[in-house]
Ligand binder design. Structure first.
Ligand SMILES: Nc1ncnc2c1ncn2[C@@H]1O[C@H](COP(=O)(O)OP(=O)(O)OP(=O)(O)O)[C@@H](O)[C@H]1O
Length: 302
C-alpha cells in the first residue's frame, strides 16, 4: 500500500510543492507521480496502473491475514476455469504465497464439463497457467465422473434447463476433485457481481427467504455469530454416491438417474414434476422429501 502523502504527515503546502508540474493534468491519487489509468469504484480514487496492482494485491493479503484464511503447510486447490477471475486468483495467490511465505501447497483444479468450443478453449489457458505459475494441474471431467458430457446432456434435454445439470454437477465435481487432490481448502474466483447476481435472481424468482438470509450475513459481517440456542442442520450422506446431502439422494444423483433412465426432467423445477404424477412420486421417493425443488439456472450454487 502506498500511503497518501497526507497519511505520511505532509502538509498541504508541502504536498503542493512536491507535486510534479503537469500543466494541470490530474495525477494518480496515491503516488502523485503517474497519470491515472482508472477510477476505483470502491474508493472513487483515480489511480495509476502500478498503484492499482499494489493496492489490489495488498488488500487481498490483508484480507487473508486478518481472517486467518490459511495455515502454513495447507494444501489449497484453485478452481481454475481459464476465465479472467480464476486466472487473476491463480496469479495473485501464487504471488502472495511466494512473497509472504504463506507456506501453502497450491494446485490448479479444472472441471471439464465437455462443452465443445468453450471449455476446451479455456482449458488451454489453464494449461498455460500451469506452466507460467508452476502449479500442478488436475483436470476432472463430467464424462469420467458422471458418464455424460454437457454436449450429450444438451442433446438429450435441449437448451432449456441444462444449466441446472451444469451447475449441480460442477459444484460436486469441484468437491470431488478437491478430495482427489487431498486438499484442505478450495478457493474460487467468485466476485461481488456473481454474489449480487445470485441474490437478485433469487429475489426475481420470489425466493425471499434465501436472499434475506444472505443479506443478513453480509450485513452482520465480522460480527456474525451463531446463537447458542440455534440447532444446526445435520449433514447427511447421499445413499447412492456417498456425497454430502441433506436428502436421501444428492441433487447430482437425482439428475443423473433421470438422465440414465431417459427422464432428464426428473430433478428439475417443481412445476415440471407436478405435470407428471409418476415423475413426482419417483422424485419424492429419491429425495425423501415431499417436494422437489430445482434451481433453474446459475453458475455455482451458493
Ligand atoms: N470449469 C471450472 N473449473 C474449475 N473452476 C471453475 C469452473 N467453473 C467455475 N469455476 C470456479 O468458479 C468461479 C466462478 O465461476 P463463474 O462461472 O461465475 O465464472 P466467472 O465469474 O466468469 O469466473 P472466471 O472468469 O474465473 O471464469 C471461477 O472463478 C472458478 O474459480
Amino acid at each position: 500500500y502506498l500511503p497518501h502523502p497526507q497519511d505520511a504527515g505532509e502538509t498541504t503546502e508541502e504536498m503542493e510543492a512536491a507535486k510534479p508540474r503537469n500543466c494541470g493534468a490530474k495525477l494518480c491519487f496515491l503516488c502523485n507521480q503517474r497519470k491515472p489509468a482508472l477510477k476505483r469504484p470502491k474508493t472513487l480514487q483515480q489511480i495509476c496502473r502500478e498503484c492499482f496492482y499494489t493496492v489490489f494485491e495488498e488488500e487481498i493479503h490483508s484480507c487473508i491475514i486478518e481472517n486467518q484464511l490459511f495455515k502454513p503447510g495447507e494444501r489449497v486447490a484453485i478452481g481454475a476455469s481459464g476465465g479472467k477471475d480464476s486466472t487473476v486468483l491463480a496469479y495473485v495467490l501464487s504471488e502472495l504465497n511466494r512473497r509472504h511465505n504463506y507456506g501453502l501447497d497450491l494446485f490448479l483444479l479444472s472441471i471439464d464439463e465437455g462443452i465443445t468450443g468453450y471449455r476446451d478453449d479455456s482449458l488451454e489457458t489453464v494449461k498455460r497457467n500451469e506452466i507460467q505459475y508452476g502449479l500442478p494441474l488436475k483436470v476432472v471431467s463430467y464424462k469420467d465422473l458422471y458418464g455424460w458430457t454437457m454436449d450429450e446432456i444438451v442433446k438429450m434435454i435441449g437448451l432449456k434447463n441444462n444449466c441446472t445439470f451444469c451447475g449441480v454437477f460442477r459444484r460436486q465435481a469441484l468437491d470431488r476433485g478437491a478430495a482427489m487432490l487431498k486438499v484442505d481448502k478450495l478457493v474460487t474466483g467468485h466476485n461481488a457481481d456473481d454474489i449480487s447476481e445470485t441474490v437478485l435472481l433469487n429475489i426475481l424468482r420470489g425466493d425471499i427467504a434465501r436472499p434475506s438470509a444472505i443479506l443478513d450475513i453480509i450485513k452482520s459481517g465480522e460480527r456474525f455469530r451463531i446463537a447458542t440456542s440455534t440447532k444446526m442442520p445435520e449433514q447427511g450422506i447421499c445413499e447412492r454416491c456417498g456425497y454430502i446431502s441433506s436428502q436421501k439422494w444428492c441433487k447430482a444423483c437425482v439428475l443423473l438417474d433421470g438422465l440414465n433412465r431417459g427422464l432428464p426432467k426428473l430433478g428439475i423445477g417443481r412445476s415440471r414434476v407436478h405435470d407428471n404424477d409418476d415423475c413426482k412420486k419417483e422424485a419424492n421417493h429419491m429425495t425423501g422429501s415431499k417436494e422437489v425443488q430445482g434451481k433453474p439456472c446459475g453458475n455455482l450454487d451458493f
